[in-house]
Design a protein around this ligand. Structure first.
Ligand code: ZN
Ligand code: ZN
Length: 377
């Protein structure tokens, strides 16, 4: 019995190291592509930063390729099936053959004149940083015991890829409505006054204004049946963790961001305050989905915590259609939708209709469900 259990444990570790090796190997291939084709694949605004830290980035890439090999080898030793480990090692080898950490940009002629570049660098770095931060946190302070590679993680990773690699296009598209409708507000006196305030004050004002706006957009996504079929994708996760928050229909992402940008554009906040806000909320949005048990007793009614947002994702009757605010529970208190008891929710997911598990299925889901009645969840 003891030998059987240890064999099972070895296989489990072997599978996890194999999958980790494959994911890391794929990230290395994408990172080498960024080194080879920066004009096409790297976020334009970040290029000067990368040029200034090229040595460090090459060292990190080298370490990741080595780690993909080491994890792959461990998986081959531990697991009877060699496929996982071999895929990881194979991807590491592809990264090396493409030039590895020494890869130099390939000349593409007039590439510098392109208006858009993919944010492949943003995808690779953000995934690496978030995984290094949240995987250990979720091991040490787990709310629930669950596998890192739980059901649906690949679908969530595809959503994560689209929202990060397509960051420039998505940002551009979500600014169009504000610019088209409110261009006439530019350079009004009150905008100059808003931008002249201390940055910390602008930061708080952005939080209040954007959160008020997105509270109502989010609530509409729950109460208008057709909109709900887009937002149901975000609620379809049965297990919560740092990657689950990425599961969002692209229409949901665009509409929410476009609405969030409206008050920012009309009020005319300074770009520095806006950037600080964006960095802050992008981490916060990941954190509130995480599988961590910290309850923040003093802050739980001031800012949205994992506990607050887990209640938003619950399929337990008591928590349905509650806690719409992204950051400030204040709005849920004011509009009567707050729910934060002393216990954690038991179950997560949609109540009745369950969107498909595949990424393509989730993208098509609202269009297939169009016209049918959908309950909230
Ligand atoms: Zn929701
Ligand atoms: Zn969520």
């Amino acid at each position: 019995m003891k030998r059987l259990l240890s064999a099972r444990a070895r296989a489990e570790v072997g599978k996890r190291t194999g999958v980790a090796s494959g994911v890391l190997g794929a990230l290395c291939v994408l990172a080498v592509l960024c080194f080879l084709l920066p004009d096409l694949l790297v976020t334009r605004d970040a290029l000067p930063f990368y040029v200034a830290h090229l040595g460090l980035l090459r060292t990190i890439l080298q370490a990741c390729i080595l780690a993909a090999f080491a994890l792959g080898a461990a998986s081959i030793l531990l697991l009877r099936s060699k496929t996982y480990g071999l895929i990881g090692i194979g991807l590491g080898a592809v990264a090396l053959l493409m030039g590895g950490a020494q890869a130099e940009p390939v000349e593409l002629g007039a590439a510098g004149g392109r208006a858009f570049a993919a944010g492949l660098d943003y995808f690779v770095l953000e995934l690496l940083v978030l995984a290094l931060l949240f995987v250990p946190l979720e091991r040490l302070y787990a709310l629930r015991r669950q596998n890192i590679f739980r059901a649906g993680w690949q679908t969530d990773l595809k959503h994560f890829f689209v929202s990060h690699a397509g960051v420039q296009l998505l940002s551009f598209a979500s600014m169009i409505p504000a610019q088209a409708l409110f261009a006439w507000t530019l350079q009004l006196d009150f905008q100059k006054a808003v931008a002249a305030q201390p940055l910390w004050l602008q930061f708080i004002e952005i939080l209040l204004a954007v959160d008020f706006m997105t509270y109502w957009v989010h609530r509409s996504f729950h109460s208008v049946p057709w909109l709900w079929s887009f937002h149901a994708v975000h609620h379809s996760s049965r297990q919560m963790d740092w990657l689950a928050g990425s599961r969002m229909h692209i229409v949901d992402v665009l509409v929410t961001r476009a609405a969030a940008f409206l008050p920012v554009f009309v009020l005319g906040f300074a770009p520095a305050a806006l950037y600080a806000y964006l960095v802050f909320v992008s981490f916060h949005a990941v954190y509130i989905h995480a599988n961590v048990r910290w309850r923040w007793p003093l802050l739980r009614w001031v800012i949205a915590t994992p506990e607050f947002h887990h209640w938003h994702h619950t399929s337990d009757e008591e928590g349905l259609d509650k806690n719409f605010a992204s950051f400030l529970p204040l709005w849920d208190r004011v509009f009567g939708t707050a729910h934060l008891p002393d216990h954690w929710p038991k179950n997560y997911g949609t109540v009745e209709f369950q969107p498909p598990e595949t990424w393509v299925g989730q993208l098509l889901y609202p269009f297939r469900r169009r016209g049918k009645r959908t309950p909230y969840g």
